[in-house]
Design a protein around this ligand. Structure first.
Ligand code: ZN
Length: 172
């Protein structure tokens, strides 16, 4: 059982910059599962992605769908070799299986995710753009919570209330 999560993402409609910041913030490995990592959009070409994402990016054509262009059944290029790489990566950190397709149900990344899960028990979560936005939004500090007095803050933050010493009374 691996405690890191196997994510999948179709990048259509997702800004590259959002994926980049999310990958860095959460420290995930983006595994590009496209057979050919080409795109009319330059930011989704493997050369550019490798440069921008650095150690957060790995193009793994072994997990590509050989039939991606001809509409034939999903045929993973080299499932054994590819799955092994992903399982090893998952021992270190969470992984995003990346493809272009918006709909995961008809994308080969669903097949790949299930192959990985069959090899090593792990949780699978299919990401959306909204999920990535959540990853990159910092948690609001308590300081911005409005109208909260010190006692409430102490309860929320676990900080002990300031102890107010009673005024000394002089006895004559
Ligand atoms: Zn796809």
């Amino acid at each position: 059982m691996i405690i890191n999560t196997l994510y999948t993402l179709g990048y259509k409609g997702v800004p590259f910059q959002l994926l980049k910041v999310a990958a860095q913030t959460v420290n995930v490995l983006v595994v590009d599962t496209r057979y050919k990592a080409n795109s009319p959009a330059p930011q989704w070409r493997s050369g550019y992605m490798a440069k921008e994402l650095g150690g957060h990016y790995l193009h793994l054509p072994a997990l590509g769908n050989v039939n991606y262009k001809n509409g034939g059944d999903v045929l993973i290029a080299d499932p054994d070799a590819g799955v092994l790489v992903v399982v090893q990566a998952l021992r270190e950190r969470s992984v995003i299986l990346l493809c272009a397709c918006e709909n995961v149900e008809t994308c080969h990344r669903l097949v790949v995710a299930k192959l990985v899960q069959a090899a090593e028990t792990c949780d699978i979560k299919h990401l959306s753009k909204v999920d990535l936005e959540t990853w990159t939004t910092p948690v609001q500090p308590f300081d911005v919570l409005p109208n909260m007095d010190l006692t409430q803050r102490a309860l929320v933050e676990g900080v002990p209330e300031k102890v107010v010493k009673p005024k000394q009374i002089r006895l004559f």
